[in-house]
Ligand binder design. Sequence first.
Ligand code: GLN
Length: 504
Amino acid sequence: MSTTNTVNQKELFGQPIGLYILFLTEMWERFSYYGMRALLVLYMTTSTLGEDARGAGLGWTSKEALALYGWYTMLVYVMSIPGGMIADKLIGQKKAVLYGAIVLCLGHGVLVLTDTWAFYTGLGLVILGVGLLKPNISTMVGGLYKEGDIRRDKGFSIFYIGINLGSLLATLIIGLVVKEWGWHSGFGLAGIVMLIGLVNYIYGQKFLTHVGNFVSIENDPNEISYGKLYAKLFQSPLQLGFTIVLLAASAFGWYTLEWGYGLLFIFLTAITSLLMMIYKELDSQIFKDRFLVLLLSFIMVIVFWGAFEQAGGLMNLYTESNTDRVLFGWEIPTIMFQSLNAGFIIIFATVVASIWAKRKLKGKEASSLFKMALGIIIMGFGFLFMVFAAMEFEKSGTSSMIWLVLAYLFHTIGELCLSPVALSFITKLTPVKYASLMMGVYFAATGLGSKVAGIIGEAASDFGEYAIFSGILILTLIIGTLFILILKPLKRLTHGAEESEKNL
Ligand code: GLN
């Protein structure tokens, strides 16, 4: 297991210096991730003839491209579960981040090559690299603070700005690089930037001596082993019964859908039974209740990302083919629209964080669960503008880019209410020994959301964008409101985890 030893450390602007090292590492990692994500569906759907300066693409249909995009963005985050487990059980978070960064450099490097094998190998390596790096760097941020430290939420908001600074730079720069020098230069740039992230992390180690270290505690009687938990499953009839039902459903999924879904369902069954056993083994009702509420909050996470992740997929394609992108005589590259989200985050992150802080001081509702539910509603509302865009397109054959700007604005405000808050919430509610695993489960939930987004996006070729955008609008508003309605009982289950926060 790894420990997140939380001793007081040197500060800069009221936060531990280690936060800024993690901020920069994650910034460069996200540059490479989002740069690549913005290119992906466009590269896959570009013809193989190489008709413009961007060079040849893969010549796939949108449906095929969105299907692969859905699997890819899902796997990237689902791999956070093994990534978190490896950190907990074998090497600690700090080394996991290091190895993840190295694998990512390799992955982006391979993508520079134009062969098909290189495309799949590169994507595979990126999936493994993000799985090792992403959950563990986030857990390390949580480890910089003691329990009840009021700086924690702000620390996560700052970290979140780093994520989006990376994404903003990537989508601004990679769009231009690809326009001039072609797809593979874009992939290559992502690799170079990841290398900068790796060097930054290695040089920043002296500020991270207290977090993410692996400590072997083989003889500790409190130590959990996943193997033991699975063994105990056979003595727990209720959990075993449920696992068998899920396995049968997975087998059904394998035969009726495709083998990829079958494997995914089996993997999810294995995780669900592990979570059931962890719940059973938790030693107090308080921890059990908090664990339960965390899992319930993951439903919000899946719904949120299921809608939000249209950004890199369907909304990206919509921008490319249905939107008038000409501004003052210059056609804005599609990829650059992806920078709106990150740009808005950088502008509004501190505004949103200080609104919550002010409300909290006044004793008004500012629980994480409330913010997350509100985040779904605000983000969902953004789809109203995509409905307007689709209506305009149906009428006149093109749609104004203002709709995209407004949609991304609402998506971003929603994201700020949900995403940094959820990261911080996990580190507050989970016992330290399960911290990396639960961070992994959280990211896997976002990954499942991405897969849902891919499936919804694919359906657009059958039902049309208007129906899809309206459907997302209605569903997200309903689900967000439902969570607001059950807020009180949910909050009770947290047993005041957020009520005792103070300056330490
Ligand atoms: N945009 C955020 C990031 O890249 C959240 C992504 C997610 O949780 N799926 O970190």
